[in-house]
Design a protein around this ligand. Sequence first.
Ligand SMILES: [Zn+2]
Ligand SMILES: [Zn+2]
Length: 298
Amino acid sequence: MGPAACQLPYLPATKKCLDCRRHTSADIQSQPGIVIGEAATSLRICSLGSGSSGNATFVAAERTRLLIDAGFSFTEITKRLESIGEHPERLDAVLVSHEHSDHVKGLPQIAKRLQCPIYITELTEQTLDWGKIEPRLETFQAGQTIDIGEIAIDSFTIPHDAVDPVAFRVRYGGLQAGVVTDLGYMTESVKHKIRGCDLLVLESNHDLDMLKVGPYPWFVKQRVMSRVGHLSNHAVSQFLATEFDLSCRWLVLAHLSESNNHPEVARLFADTALRNKGADGTSLVIAEQHRASEVFEL
Ligand SMILES: [Zn+2]
Ligand SMILES: [Zn+2]
């Protein structure tokens, strides 16, 4: 497709065509007779932190702000949101992937202190202890699409040792982003759901060799490596080498184990696979446990 075919809105952050994602607004403007539409609205994503000690992802469209998982204390979530110029009071909803503490630690305090609804599956909700708090819950079923403000959120089942674990794909104005962590392997349905994502937050939990010689007891190692455990660097690189969608502009490796992985090892695996695949347009980023990532603007 040449620049002349690109008549759709361009992306304001990168000036790339919303249609083909390759041609810039300058290319299009230089073509006589081409009319550029309204500048597209943007979707902003930020990993507030990711790893075995806590996970939370901020997602925002023009007027809608979401938090996917609340695996840090309320104070910490507040601090990290403020570090990117946001505030918990401005959240429109919180979505929960599963009940493990590194995803729900801050949830009771959020339920107590914020008015926004918490979207959670019924089975996951039943595992949580709310104490005297009466949370404002909106239950959904895995596989359901949830509309919150301007954003559509597709939930889908992932293989993990929790009662009803899900991952999410968010959609807004033709843009898509996937937030996929805590899964033992890449199922066909997960691969299908993340196809076409402009940004993908994907677990790259452990290095198999580091895990095998690392400090975890054997039964925990078996759990991590199992089909309902976590994705290894190797599993990620296999996926990238075969079925990764080259239109993805940002790949954010997440949920790295602090004991059984190293950011540079995870990066090397993914980078090698991306380069072999010729994914020159994909930027690789490692989400950190102890601080928020940059704010990705699609
Ligand atoms: Zn986790
Ligand atoms: Zn988990």
